[in-house]
Write a protein that binds this ligand. Structure first.
Ligand SMILES: Nc1ncnc2c1ncn2[C@@H]1O[C@H](COP(=O)(O)OP(=O)(O)OP(=O)(O)O)[C@@H](O)[C@H]1O
Ligand SMILES: [Mg+2]
Length: 112
């Protein structure tokens, strides 16, 4: 069981899923977005993973900075992931990038 604000978690998914959709559409092919939950030693994890183009290693953690975007003018505000990280922190959890591989994995860790 986690104590959480349902509206804020919904807000988080409303940001993460379109990010996955965008990168897959930009690749001009079909793709897959997976949402998984699992137990961890110290809480639970919610993972949103896509098989799009991925995030360049040189960009890394900068994706969480407010107003950081690689989308063209008018296409993105660059606020999505910074809002998601704030939601995680308000819940005593954390939001991080998953391991490198094809695509992108964003992991929300929440305490039980
Ligand atoms: N799933 C993803 N795959 C590849 N790059 C991503 C993914 N999610 C985020 N990014 C990168 O991180 C940047 C910041 O994402 P963020 O959601 O904060 O802003 P945005 O999507 O650009 O704009 P918006 O404010 O409309 O969400 C994106 O512009 C993109 O470069
Ligand atoms: Mg976004």
């Amino acid at each position: 069981m986690v104590e959480a604000n349902g509206g804020q978690l919904q807000q988080l998914l409303i940001n993460l899923v379109p990010n996955g959709r965008y990168t897959i559409l930009a690749a001009g092919r079909s793709g897959c977005i997976r949402i998984r939950t699992r137990m961890q030693v110290d809480g639970v994890a919610l993972e949103v993973e896509d098989d799009g183009a991925g995030i360049f290693e040189s960009i890394g953690e900068r994706v969480f900075e407010p107003f950081f975007t690689t989308k063209g003018k008018g296409a993105g505000t660059g606020l999505g992931l910074s809002v998601c990280r704030a939601v995680a922190q308000e819940h005593g959890g954390r939001l991080r990038l998953g391991g490198v591989g094809q695509g992108t994995q964003i992991i929300l860790g929440l305490p039980c």
